[in-house]
Design a protein around this ligand. Structure first.
Ligand code: PAF
Length: 282
């Protein structure tokens, strides 16, 4: 497995694979990798001859009061996990490599799936995500790129961007990987104190409570949202940032439960913001 810091090296390797007719999968990450990331890399390795994993804590997608400086990093452990999971190349650029002095060209989604939820709570977040993902897709030119469904809105935004900009990469969404008790894996789980970690389960249990009502077939959106909210708010350490029933394609709130419905939530456990979601109706 190669480790590259420079755009030019990645470009050259990508071009060599293209000449050899090898398919390439890209797994963009911000590092501090866990089993969820491993599942993305494994999926990419099953479906492509070569796999590029990018490890880059993207400053553009963090707000001024967010955790850019403290975001967990462990490149040694990450490269080991990449190799074990089937990566061919790890791209670990510096911020200056991706954003040279004077950088001022961004990919901005002005409407559609980027507007609500995390887009509303974290102004500028999806501008950062779209810009870095567009750059990575442009320089790696992968046949397929892999993203986790835990960031369901990010997945919808990237699918929209790829469609709008006619990018030739297939965007593959991969299932959420959870701890044994149901907590969705996240690099930010490492911030949780033991007490917060125990309490954080309210998020998944809330989503399950909503799911049970939908499966029973006699609930409307208000009843479902109330059940989810009540389970989360029963936990004194939890504070809801947002909770919504949305269409999984455009992330707009659904008026009723007649079509595809995703229950999406962001919850603060102390100062740590966790997101999770569950597809209530396909
Ligand atoms: O999901 C993430 O880890 C990041 O948002 C991504 C897609 C790697 C862009 O920085």
């Amino acid at each position: 497995m190669q480790i590259c810091q420079h755009i030019e090296d990645v470009r050259q390797q990508g071009a060599a694979w293209q000449r050899e007719g090898l398919s390439v999968g890209l797994v963009p990450t911000m590092g501090y990798l866990h089993r969820g990331h491993a599942s993305l890399i494994e999926a990419a390795a099953r479906e492509n001859a070569r796999v590029v994993v990018s490890i880059f804590v993207n400053p553009l997608q963090f707000g001024p009061t967010e955790d850019l400086a403290s975001y967990p990093r462990d490149l040694g452990r990450d490269t080991e996990l990449c190799e074990q999971s089937g990566a061919s190349l790890v791209f670990n650029p510096s911020p200056e490599e991706l954003y040279p002095p004077g950088f001022c060209s961004y990919v901005i989604m002005e409407a559609g799936p980027s507007l609500g939820l995390c887009g509303a709570s974290r102004p500028g977040h999806f501008r950062g995500v779209c810009t870095v993902v567009a750059k990575l897709l442009h320089l790696v030119q992968p046949h397929r790129a892999y993203f986790g469904q835990k960031d369901a809105q990010q997945l919808a935004v990237i699918r929209r961007m790829v469609l709008d900009l006619n990018l030739p990469t297939a965007i593959i969404g991969c299932p959420i990987v959870r701890e044994a008790d149901g907590l969705a894996l996240s690099s930010r789980n490492t911030y949780l104190s033991p007490e917060e970690r125990r309490a954080a389960l309210c998020l998944y249990e809330g989503l399950l409570a909503g799911n049970n009502l939908v499966k029973a077939g006699d609930a409307d959106t208000e009843v479902v949202l109330r059940a989810v909210r009540e389970r989360i708010e029963a936990e004194p350490l939890a504070r809801i940032d947002y909770l919504a029933l949305v269409d999984p394609l455009d992330m707009r709130p659904v008026p009723d439960l007649s079509g595809p419905t995703l229950c999406a939530a962001a919850v603060y456990m102390g100062t740590t913001r966790l997101i999770d979601n569950l597809l209530l109706k396909d």
